[in-house]
Structures are given as C-alpha cells and as structure tokens.
Design a protein around this ligand. Structure first.
Ligand SMILES: Cc1cc2nc3c(=O)[nH]c(=O)nc-3n(C[C@H](O)[C@H](O)[C@H](O)COP(=O)(O)OP(=O)(O)OC[C@H]3O[C@@H](n4cnc5c(N)ncnc54)[C@H](O)[C@@H]3O)c2cc1C
Ligand code: FES
Length: 285
C-alpha cells in the first residue's frame, strides 16, 4: 500500500512575499532544506485560520517552484486563488507571518529518460506546477509546448519567467478576453499533430482532465495528470479524496488521490464515476 511522501515534513514557514497577480496571489515561503526534496507535481498542505480557528482541515496547494538558497534557506512558491474562508485567510497574511506547512506531499510527474516532445496543459491555477515541470523537461533536452486555459484573462497565470521556459505558449479563454476564444481542448489536437507530441502533462479541473484524456487516448499518446479531487487531510488519513483507479492488474480500486496522486496516469482513472463506486471495484461486492 502507498504511504505518505517519504520526504514530507512539517515546518513553520515564514511568508517572504505575497503579491496579487490577476485573480491569484503568488506567495513565497521560507521552508529551509525541505525545498530540496520537492518535485514538480508535489503539493503542500497548509493549516489555515490561526491557532484558535475552527478551520481544522489543512488546505492543499500545488507547489509552483522551489529554490535552494543554501545557508539562507530554501524557498517554496505557490499560487493561490482566494476561494473560500481558508484560501482567503491565507492570502490576507503578510510577509513575516509564519504558517504551519507540510510538504512535499503526493506523487510527482514522471520525467522521461530520453528527450521527448511534451505538451503541458493547465486550467486556471492548474498552470502553477507546470512551469517547474517545464524547466526540468527543458534541462533534459525535451521540446515543451504549453496551452493554458481559463474562463477569462484574469484567471490565466503565466508569469514572464515561466513563458521563457517553453517553446510555444497558446492561451485560450472562454470569453475571448485574451488568446483564442474557446477551451484548451479546441487547440490540443492541432498542436499534437503539428509538433508530433509524445506525452501530455496536465493539471486543472477534473472535467478538463477527462476531456484531455479522451484526446490523448484517440491519438494513442501518454497522459499524466495532476488531479485536484477535494482533500480534507492531504496526508492519507481521512479517505475523502478517494478516486476509482485501475491498477496494473486491471482491478479497479478506490485509491487516495493525496498519496497515490495527485499525479496519475490518465488512462488509469475511471473518469466520470461521479462519486459512485464503479461495478467490479475491489471490496465493493
Ligand atoms: C492537490 C491539490 C492542489 C491544489 N492546488 C491549488 C493551487 O495551486 N492553487 C489554489 O488556489 N488551489 C489549489 N487547490 C484547491 C484548494 O485546495 C482549495 O481551493 C482550498 O482547499 C479551498 O479552501 P477554502 O477554505 O478557501 O474553501 P472552502 O470551500 O471553504 O473549503 C474547502 C475545504 O473543505 C474541506 N473539504 C473538502 N472536501 C471535503 C470533504 N469531502 N469532506 C470534508 N471536508 C472537505 C477541505 O479542507 C477543503 O480544503 C488544490 C487542491 C488540491 C487537492
Ligand atoms: S485527503 Fe485525507 S486521505 Fe486523502
């Protein structure tokens, strides 16, 4: 059985910077040597609300980037969309404040040993883990194309330094406020054909990931996705994040997406299960 990421540790992480970028907050934390263990795809679980808060559950955020700054300590960056009470509380905290943070958690994107042509697709804040991934892939000699989508321009997160790490960047918004008008799935088939894509890496809402997996299956190419199923504990204890997944033996099992994911092979997910345990799932009968 899978267990919590062996590199995970709990630290009091000081906020170094908190800047509003479009609809999001780009936040940087001082995390010490923990930064050296994080890989693209891993996430953090942050306690919110302060020590007397009724918000007992940690909130999960994808790791955008980490930096090892030697003796001055490592830095960890996340991109937060103020959404409900927990994420809004977090984005309201100022530099100097310390938060209770556990990282790195979950699985990471698989990095090919040979140079490949990769397409990275992000929806909304789902672009966050893809820029670090892009840097790693480029350092391995891969060609990296990226597609980012959102409902509107404010929800596209594409920092300048991130753009430099990709060979091409296509932006799609549903209201046409920037880039092409439409969804990421409208442009993916054309990019796969034009650039002979070998593998798709994606992160974003479940509906988008499912639609991308349909396309990758049609083209017969690999698809690794970082799923953002609702998580309550983030460390494998509460079972709120279970998702039906096929194993190598073909058996469907309800797996915890916080420790068996968030990065999984798209073809192993039983998509569209909508919280119903699929027939034939191990232990269901
Ligand atoms: C792996 C992962 C990566 C993510 N990355 C990002 C990111 O990079 N940026 C970003 O902005 N957001 C990200 N999110 C989403 C983010 O975690 C949520 O937006 C955040 O938890 C919202 O918290 P809230 O208090 O603001 O919202 P609310 O809606 O008020 O609270 C949501 C909280 O309810 C709890 N909860 C959820 N489901 C259940 C359940 N079934 N039973 C009991 N409690 C439950 C959880 O603690 C959850 O955090 C990510 C989520 C996951 C799972
Ligand atoms: S979030 Fe608690 S087990 Fe996955």
């Amino acid at each position: 059985m899978t267990s919590i990421n062996k590199s995970a540790s709990q630290v009091w992480a000081e906020i170094v910077s908190n800047k509003k970028v479009g609809a999001y907050h780009h936040m940087v934390f001082q995390v010490g040597e923990l930064a050296t263990h994080a890989k693209p795809g891993n996430f953090v679980a942050i306690a919110v609300g302060g020590s007397n808060s009724a918000m007992v559950l940690r909130r999960a955020f994808a790791i955008y980037r980490t930096f090892d700054r030697g003796v001055t300590g490592g830095l960890l960056e996340i991109v937060v969309a103020p959404h409900g009470a927990g994420s809004t509380w977090l984005t309201n905290q100022n530099p100097g404040f310390k938060v209770d943070l556990i990282a790195p958690l979950g699985t990471a994107f698989g990095i090919p040993t040979q140079p490949v042509r990769a397409l990275l697709v992000g929806g909304g804040y789902g672009s966050a883990p893809l820029f670090g991934l892009s840097e790693v892939l480029k350092s391995r000699g891969c060609r990296v194309d990226m597609v980012l989508g959102a409902s509107t321009a404010m929800k596209i997160y594409a920092p300048l330094d991130g753009k430099r790490s990709v060979s091409s960047l296509t932006i799609a918004t549903e209201d046409g406020s920037t880039g092409i008008t439409g969804k990421v799935t409208d442009v993916i088939p054309g990019i796969i054909e034009a650039n002979s894509i070998d593998i798709i890496y994606s992160c974003g809402p479940m509906g988008m990931l499912e639609a991308i997996n349909k396309i990758s299956s049609e083209f017969g190419i690999m698809h690794q996705c970082a799923i953002e199923e609702s998580m309550a504990c983030g460390i494998g204890v509460c079972m709120t994040c279970v998702l039906p997944m096929k194993g190598e033996d073909g058996q469907i099992r309800m797996l915890r997406s916080c420790i068996d994911g968030p990065v999984v092979d798209g073809d192993n997910v039983v998509w569209g299960a909508k919280r119903v345990i699929p027939e034939g799932t191990w232990g269901a009968n």
